[in-house]
Ligand binder design. Structure first.
Ligand code: PAF
Length: 279
């Protein structure tokens, strides 16, 4: 495995490659990321993982400064997972000019975008740059960041990028908590409570699968349950998988998404469900 820090070296290493598979990450890797690398290696080679904590996608007062930077441990895990190249650009390599063009994707202000203004603009911008730097044929993103995946698929489609975006299933702890780099911020008490987020989504999905169509009622019940247990809820929302908007009357492929805070830690999760057909 090669560790590369500059675009020039990356370009040289990838010259003539047409089946490159990219897994963009912000580092501090867990089993969920490693599963994405496995998926990338099956799709194409060389397998490239990028490590870059992207300031553009953090808002004022968010955790950019304290976001864990664990390059050596990440490289060890990526090497063991069969990664061919780790691309870890510095800030000046990624954003050499103080004023940066930014991509403004549709749906950037919805769901997570409501409480994180500018977040998806930052994500789309850095991913577009990574796509141009690595020029992959495939790129893999986890379904835990459902809105991110949706927005990036839309970016690839709408800008006709010659890249296939692959979705990785969410990897969970035994108690159901979706693996996330931010789980490390949870206290022991918060960690014990955290699986409740997925449990609440599962309960809502089970009701949808059983024929319930009162989305607003389901969202309110889920919110109330979390709030009663001390969570601060940003949103619980039933959406169409196809549009990520409120489901139309005939839509059957839905997704229930939630973002909520436990203490200072913001967790997100989601579950896909088909109406009346079982989870
Ligand atoms: O999902 C993430 O870790 C980040 O949003 C991504 C896609 C690596 C862009 O910085």
């Amino acid at each position: 495995m090669r560790l590369i820090h500059t675009v020039a070296e990356l370009r040289a290493a990838l010259a003539g490659e047409h089946q490159t598979a990219l897994v963009p990450t912000m580092g501090n890797l867990h089993e969920g990321h490693i599963a994405l690398v496995g998926q990338a290696r099956q799709a194409g080679r060389p397998a490239v993982a990028s490590l870059f904590v992207n300031p553009l996608q953090f808002g004022a007062g968010e955790d950019f400064e304290r976001y864990p930077r664990t390059l050596a441990a990440d490289c060890e895990r990526l090497d063991a997972a069969g990664t061919d190249i780790v691309f870890a650009p510095g800030l000046a390599e990624m954003y050499p000019e103080p004023q940066t063009y930014q991509v403004l994707p549709p749906l950037a202000d919805a769901l997570c975008g409501e409480t994180r203004p500018g977040h998806f603009q930052g994500v789309a911008t850095v991913v577009l740059k990574l796509f141009n730097m690595v020029r992959p044929r495939y790129s893999v993103f986890g379904k835990k960041d459902y809105q991110q995946l949706f927005i990036l698929k839309g970016m690839v489609r709408q800008f006709n990028l010659p890249i296939e975006v692959l979705a990785g299933e969410t990897v969970r702890a035994e108690d159901g908590l979706a693996l996330s780099s931010r789980n490390g911020y949870l206290s022991a008490r918060e960690r014990a409570e955290a699986p409740r987020l997925y449990a609440v989504l599962e309960a809502a999905a089970a009701r949808i699968a059983a024929g319930e169509r009162d989305w607003r009622g389901l969202e309110a019940a889920a919110r109330a349950e979390l709030e009663a247990r001390g969570w601060t809820v940003d949103y619980v929302s039933v959406r169409s998988q196809a549009s990520l908007l409120a489901p139309g009357p005939d839509e059957t492929a839905l997704v229930v998404l939630a973002a909520a805070r436990l203490g200072g830690t913001r967790l997100i999760d989601n579950i896909e469900v088909r109406t009346g057909l079982g989870v």
